[in-house]
Ligand binder design. Structure first.
Ligand code: GAL
Length: 640
């Protein structure tokens, strides 16, 4: 498949006289896709049931006339001001119980029936009008952006009570599942259940977990209503643009209603805004981004893109819907990318299987919230620095052979339900599930391995040689059977299989892995002052579990406590490994699984497809590796 480039465009921001020239220039730059419409509700439906479609019809015609393919966004991320007058109770509420105001975007509550119906109505109107004209759809824009998936509104409370009634069937069953005998928290009626905010001290973690599952289901439902409406009138693929490092809802579940997944990749914004790396790392990668962060999400969303068709992971359909083209406006610091990175980021996405990469945005807007956000063009219409790099990628796509689909021997299980559980009950300031999974991913990548990220509920896991499953909330028999039948070496833990599905401690004590006589008797979270050195090098930090049982000890602490045990396909890791220990473990297990590893210098990364190996240098300096020199921003590929 030929990979494609595109751009996000807002015709409503620019005089009509500019549109033809813009479209022609996009096409001449080698862009083939253009996304429009997703924030334009107030200019389409100017008052309730008063429509002005003319300009959007015109914009679609102009863009298509220039040979571009159009992605139409449903505009539900930006309900116009009149919508609030119509539905005064549609606002999302924050955890402090305050409604979130009008004047930016995403101010709706996913549980508001009236607003969900408005979303269906406008999606249906869009689809009726453009169903056979546009080439793809985007639903809404970035669910959860600005912390909006979890709402503590009155509408959410009623919907949560209904959700609980459905799930637990009787208040007694709910009380038993949550352990509400504790602190006299029993409910006599579903109508008495509040949302788990504004409590005096910690709410019951099982209550929080239920609310998180509910909140995720509300996002799925909101999205599904729009997908169904669009499908009634259009055969064009439906996409949503997810974000980076988001655990507020289950992306696999939302993806089950999409034809293609996509995500919005802002490497520099993410490094500054949502990365736990040490300051010297952030300094080194300030203009390039974290060398593993984009790859992690590419791999995650490739899997999401395989959910609906139940396709092989390597064939998952996914895009980068928004790609950073220069400095953004929203992170604590907003540096400009190092020359070459705007090109590198696109090639990295293609190497992970992206069908298309769209830059955000065409021209920098001189007004409103994002006026400091770069585009491919400056506000005065001159090209911005990103433009030449985008054009270079477009030329390279033309000249290159097809890159083939992704291929991985190694898998990492990433599970949203577990994220909710450990966010509800971290038991230590540093226990962050995303971080735990991400550090494992980083160690695998640093060893030159290509990785698939998998959900925790697959029927089968065959085809992999090594599977890592850190932090899985619960392990049922079906899951264990699927894993043990995969033929892979499976490394579980820390904190895997120790709880029930309702976040109580398993008795008998977990993890109860088949053939592994080991139980976790008690756990500790470790302050930074208390790492636990391992006998064979490196250390455990943040989290440690005390094991009993006769299982073979595979790793021990310097003080002689078992730190990893196992037999057969299963090993159980009883602590959070710091990076050196993790690197050692990955090399040891990869060798045992017959996988070739590399010891890549910081910043150099590889990704294999079934036809090519790609090399990327994220470091700010030239790197030498195995006799080759990689300049900063270098992208190299070689046939396998
Ligand atoms: C994304 C969003 C875009 C724009 C962009 C700025 O999160 O989808 O609409 O705000 O960030 O970087």
């Amino acid at each position: 498949m030929k990979r494609a480039l595109g751009v996000c465009y807002y015709p409503e921001h620019w005089p009509r006289e500019m549109w033809e020239a813009d479209a022609a220039e996009m096409a001449a730059a080698g862009l083939t896709w253009v996304r429009i419409g997703e924030f334009a509700w107030s200019r389409i439906e100017t008052a309730p049931d008063v429509f002005d479609w003319g300009w959007l019809d015109d914009a679609v015609d102009v863009l298509k006339g220039a040979g571009l393919k159009v992605i139409m966004g449903t505009p539900t991320a930006t309900p116009p001001r009149w919508m609030l007058t119509k539905h005064p109770d549609m606002l999302a509420y924050d955890a402090e119980g305050r409604p979130r105001g009008f004047g930016s975007r995403r101010h709706y509550c996913f549980s508001h029936d009236g607003y969900r119906e408005e979303g269906r109505r406008i999606a249906e109107l869009f689809a009726e009008r453009y169903g056979d004209k546009v080439n793809a759809w985007q639903t809404d824009n970035e669910y959860e952006c600005h912390d909006t998936a979890i709402s503590y509104s009155p509408a959410a409370k009623v919907a949560f009570q209904e959700w609980c009634a459905q799930r637990y069937q009787s208040p007694d069953a709910l009380n038993r599942a949550w352990g509400n005998v504790f602190w006299s928290m029993d409910y006599a009626d579903f109508d008495d259940i509040d949302l788990p905010n504004l409590t005096v001290t910690d709410p019951n973690p099982a209550h929080v977990l239920a609310f998180r599952r509910f909140s995720s289901d509300q996002v799925v439902r909101f999205n599904r209503v729009q997908c169904d409406a669009i499908r009634r009138h259009s055969e064009a693929p439906i996409i949503h643009n997810f974000m980076g490092r988001i655990t507020a809802f289950d992306h696999y579940d939302v993806s089950a209603d999409l034809d293609v997944t996509s995500w919005d990749s802002y490497p520099l914004g993410f490094l500054m805004d949502r990365n736990d790396a040490p300051e010297d790392f952030k300094t080194a990668f300030a203009r390039q981004g974290d060398p593993d962060f984009q790859a992690f999400h590419h791999d995650l969303y490739r899997t999401c893109g395989a959910v609906r068709e139940d396709a092989a992971i390597k064939d998952g359909r996914w895009w980068v819907m928004e790609q950073q083209p220069g400095p953004v406006n929203w992170a604590p610091w907003n540096p400009a990318p190092l020359p070459g990175m705007v090109r590198l980021w696109a090639w990295e996405a293609f190497a992970h299987g992206a069908e298309a990469v769209l830059y955000f945005r065409w021209r920098q807007a001189p007004f409103a919230q994002e006026q400091q956000h770069a585009g491919l063009k400056r506000p005065d219409n001159a090209p911005a620095p990103g433009m030449d790099e985008a054009k270079a990628v477009a030329r390279e796509i033309e000249a290159l052979p097809e890159v083939g689909t992704a291929r991985s021997d190694v898998a990492l299980i990433f599970d949203y339900d577990s994220a909710y559980a450990w966010e509800a009950q971290p038991q230590g300031r540093d226990f962050d599930y995303f971080h735990l999974a991400y550090e494992t991913y980083r160690a695998l990548r640093a060893a030159g391995l290509s990785i698939d990220i998998l959900p925790a509920d697959r029927q089968e896991y065959s085809g992999y040689k090594m599977i890592f499953a850190p932090g899985l909330l619960s392990l049922d028999d079906a899951r264990l059977k699927a894993l043990s039948g995969s033929g892979a070496m499976v490394i579980m833990g820390p904190r895997a299989g120790l709880k029930t599905d309702e976040l109580s401690i398993n008795v008998p004590l977990g993890p109860s892995l088949p053939g592994v006589d080991a139980a976790v008797t008690h756990t500790e979270s470790l302050p930074p002052s208390h790492p636990m050195p391992l006998a064979d090098g490196g250390a455990i930090w943040k989290w440690f579990e005390h094991l009993e049982g006769g299982a073979e000890v595979l790793e021990a602490t310097a003080a002689g406590l078992p730190a990893m045990v196992g037999s057969g396909p299963f090993s159980y890791l009883a602590g959070w490994l710091e990076p050196d220990a993790l690197a050692r473990l990955v090399a040891k297990y990869a060798a045992a699984a017959g996988l070739e590893t590399l010891v890549l210098p910081e910043g150099l990364r590889v990704r294999d497809t079934d036809t090519h190996r790609f090399w990327f240098n994220y470091a700010p300096v030239a790197l030498e590796f195995e006799g080759r020199v990689f300049e900063p921003g270098a992208v190299l590929w070689e046939a396998l």
